[in-house]
Design a protein around this ligand. Structure first.
Ligand code: PLP
Length: 374
């Protein structure tokens, strides 16, 4: 099986799985208890936090563990703005875990402003900055699109927002960009940044929220006061250990230039066979979205699955019944959107596998088209 849906989730690294297993069966004590072996579990959490902080370019005390990036994004929108009144500016390319929070706040009466995307899939920075004014409480822009892999210039956006409004808070959903781009969070100029571990070789069900030093946020979950009182609930120690192991391994194994070169080869392969590459060249290197003309993505996905290749169609989180909001915002027609597949790579994706998969996809598309008489 050639797995090319790594933007949806990744296989857990063996070392990360072992770390989780050890924590569950040997080092299973409650980190908030006071006896020696429990204190050592608590120390392990802090060791993991330091490892992760070094990998993402932040201070350890700026990171709180959450159950996932969806929770981190919800924490920002529902608790991170505190009593600040004012509008919220997001991009049209946000993941549903940001977009739906904005919709919820809109239904509660907030002024939500949505900046359009260019045809290349990045947020239109000028339009975004036009939407920011003295009353803006929060600006949230995804770092790397989960649909297309297109990178938004978060550092530049943060600088421009602050020029217009010094007190606006800035958040970026960094799920598809963290570590992969190699951009330290503390150089982006953001207040909040969300990360999910399962895109980096760790298990599903663990993520984190970066909260810039000095910011005071209200907790989403109240209770025992874990995570400095910002996220109560007994810490998921097995997955925190796995997260730390995975992020260190990912960082060591990842080679962005090599990944970009492989993506370029795949782009060439698809475009020379009449497929449109969706999104500009400002790409993380890990995601390729392409329109395969005359073929419905779902049928193609099932057909290549039967031949041993797993690919995505649009985002796994945005069900096709709701259409693809982000690709629509880039100006793609509904016919084009229906034929878009998403191929996503990981640090251990083999070139031969990816190129073989591309041949299988193109061959399957040909078969489907000839069956349909096209
Ligand atoms: N944000 C982006 C950009 C994503 O791609 C995803 C998952 O696909 C999420 C947020 C949600 O992450 P989690 O599954 O950890 O809630």
């Amino acid at each position: 099986m050639i797995y090319l849906d790594n933007a949806a989730t990744t296989r857990v690294f063996d070392n990360a799985a072992r770390a989780a297993s050890f924590s569950m069966t040997d080092d299973y004590f409650n980190p908030n208890s006071t006896y020696k072996c429990a204190v050592s579990v608590n120390n392990e959490i802090e060791r993991a936090r330091r490892t992760i902080a070094a990998a993402v370019g932040a201070r350890a005390d700026e990171l709180i563990f959450t159950s996932c990036a969806t929770e981190a994004n919800n924490t920002v929108f529902l608790c991170g703005i505190k009593n600040r009144k004012g509008n919220i500016v997001i991009s049209a390319g946000e993941h549903s875990s940001v977009y739906e929070c904005a919709r919820l706040l809109k239904n509660r009466g907030s002024d939500i402003r949505i900046a359009p995307l260019t045809n290349g899939g990045a947020v239109d920075v000028d339009e975004l900055i036009n939407l920011v004014d003295a009353d803006t409480a929060l600006v949230s822009v995804i770092h790397v699109s989960n649909e297309t892999g297109v990178v938004n210039p978060i550092g530049e956006i943060a600088g421009a927002v602050r020029k217009k409004n010094k007190s606006a808070l800035i958040h970026s959903d960094g799920v598809q960009g963290a570590v992969k781009l190699g951009e330290p969070i503390d150089r982006l100029g953001v207040d909040y940044y969300s990360i999910s571990a399962h895109k980096l070789g760790a298990p599903k069900g663990i993520g984190l929220l970066y909260i810039r030093d000095g910011l005071n946020i209200a907790p989403l979950l109240c209770g025992g006061g874990q995570e400095r009182g910002l996220r109560s609930g007994t810490q998921n120690t097995p997955y925190i250990s796995a997260f730390s192991s995975a992020i260190a391994e990912f960082k060591q194994r990842a080679n962005r230039e090599k990944t970009i070169a492989l993506r370029d080869e795949l782009c060439e392969c698809f475009s020379s066979n009449g497929c449109k590459i969706v999104g500009s060249d400002e790409n993380s290197g890990y995601i390729l979205c392409t329109c395969v003309p005359g073929v419905k993505a779902e049928i193609l996905q099932n057909s290549v699955y039967d031949r041993g290749v797993i690919i995505g169609k649009g985002s796994a989180c945005s069900g096709s019944s709701r259409g693809n909001r982000v690709l629509g915002a880039m100006g793609l027609s509904s016919v084009e959107i229906e034929s878009c597949i998403r191929i996503s790579l990981f640090c251990d994706t083999l070139r031969d596998d990816a190129l073989a998969a591309a041949e299988i996809i193109l061959d399957a598309a040909k078969t489907i088209r000839s069956r349909n008489g096209k």
